[in-house]
Design a binder for this molecule. Structure first.
Ligand code: ASP
Ligand code: MG
Length: 433
């Protein structure tokens, strides 16, 4: 992974200004969604070059393009091979990379575009969800040293046989972070249509605010809870290789949100809670009166896991007499009907009994924050806030830096706003306690 040439970055010049740095800048689909937007990206890149920085740009396909290509495939073959899908969908990024290089040329900025394979991004052969194995950075480094902007088609690589592979939806983020790691860039900047990571979704809570920084762990929790700001794998990569990662808007100037390792954050004023995630995309299933003997949980969940249905929260209660339990768990709403059939047709007969209840009208609301690791009482405060709003808690699950509750879907937005305010996250309020 190490670049062949020794490379000095971020030195200070005699006037004390930060001097030449190496940036990897990734622009998402909306940021390159039209000819005008592509020209605007070129202007932005030029400003960095004019300041003396080296720039590697990673681009997504124009917004909507990947879906359009997938749709074309489905009209021709409802089971296309993954290899052909990768040939197809990788073209979206190739289009934007060349267009951006042309836009830079119009501004007299030297630039060359490359596909993932051309630029040495080697992956395994798991088409449509390939993993990067190594990156040969020599050619990029040579171009950079020649004063070129290197424009790379995101989302793709090449396997050992030379087949084009892709990295999974949203995979251009991973291309950006992986290139930044391999090149030891000073910062990986992810330009998108929001100006950073927010305490919660501003569409639900008008008092949500942009976080100036967030830890890798918190970002991973938020991403796995459904925040779509960054691809999970990109965040993992940034954590593993210590890549300074910043999310910022391609539409307006601003500092964005810096995603940092926890040690760096520790010196800052640490809020108890950094963000609130929520989703109404899960459904709940309960088996009542199942026998309380070893092996029951596995008998219930085994057939579901065998069908590749993912189970999220699980709660088991023992009846007072101790011989029977109630077993409750959640799955994606889209898996609800199939899960119910499996329980009804396979599990209940195998257990010799049990009564099935289902509820599709639930929501999961989660508090996330590394601060809760060192503070007791976050859960009890959360429960008190919900009680004050007359919100009934149906399930609870916790990790070191997260507490999730399942509640009635109708009360989701109320819960988010009440918690946001109670934990001091509202705009213009003082954080923490
Ligand atoms: N164009 C690909 C997608 O839509 C990759 C990306 O944009 O990151 O998933
Ligand atoms: Mg994306």
């Amino acid at each position: 992974m190490a670049p062949a040439l020794f490379f000095i970055h971020a030195w200070e010049n005699h006037h004390g200004q930060a001097a030449m740095a190496l940036y990897v800048q990734k622009f998402g689909g909306t940021s390159v969604g039209s000819v005008e937007r592509i020209k605007a990206v070129a202007e932005k890149v030029k400003r960095f070059r004019d300041e003396g920085h080296q720039v590697v740009v990673v681009v997504s396909a124009m917004s909507g393009e990947t879906n359009r290509l997938i749709d074309l495939a489905s009209q021709i073959n409802d089971e296309p091979t993954p290899r052909e899908m990768d040939m197809l969908v990788s073209t979206g990024e190739q289009v934007t990379s060349s267009l951006l290089a042309m836009a830079l040329h119009k501004l007299d900025v030297a630039a060359t575009s490359y596909t993932g394979g051309q630029v040495g991004i080697q992956t395994d052969s798991a088409h449509t969800k390939a993993r990067i194995q190594r990156i040969e950075t020599d050619d990029i480094q040579e171009d950079l040293d020649d004063g070129q902007v290197v424009v790379v088609a995101g989302f793709q690589g090449v396997d050992d046989e030379g087949n084009i592979t892709t990295l999974g939806r949203g995979g251009s983020d991973t291309t950006g972070v992986a290139l930044a790691a391999a090149l030891k860039a000073d910062e990986c900047q992810i330009y998108t249509d929001v100006d950073g990571v927010y305490t919660t979704d501003p569409r639900v809570c008008s008092k949500a605010q942009r976080l100036s920084s967030i830890t890798v762990e918190e970002m991973l929790e938020l991403a796995s809870l459904g925040s779509k700001v960054l691809q999970i794998r990109a965040v993992e990569f940034a954590g593993k290789y210590n890549v300074p990662l910043r999310v910022l808007s391609s539409f307006e100037d601003g500092p964005g949100t810096l995603i940092v390792a926890e040690e760096e954050e520790a010196s800052m004023e640490e809020p108890l809670i950094s963000g609130i995630a929520f989703t109404s995309s899960e459904a709940k299933l309960t088996l009542l009166n199942t026998p309380d003997v070893p092996g029951v949980a596995s008998k219930i969940l085994g057939p579901i896991a065998d069908t590749n249905i993912e189970i999220d929260m699980i709660v088991q209660n023992v009846a007072p007499a101790g011989d029977y339990t109630d077993f409750t768990f959640t799955v994606a709403k889209s898996d609800f009907t199939q899960t119910r059939s499996i329980l009804q047709d396979q599990v209940i007969p195998a257990l010799g009994g049990g009564e099935l209840r289902g509820d599709e009208n639930i929501a999961k609301v989660s508090l996330v924050g590394v601060g809760m690791r060192s503070h007791a009482g976050v859960a009890s405060k959360m429960f008190r806030v919900l009680a004050d709003e007359n919100i009934n808690i149906r399930m609870v699950s916790t990790s070191e830096i997260k507490i999730s509750v399942v509640i009635d879907e109708k009360q989701m937005e109320l819960a988010v706003r009440a918690l946001h305010s109670a934990f001091g996250l509202d705009k213009d309020s003082i954080q923490g306690e």
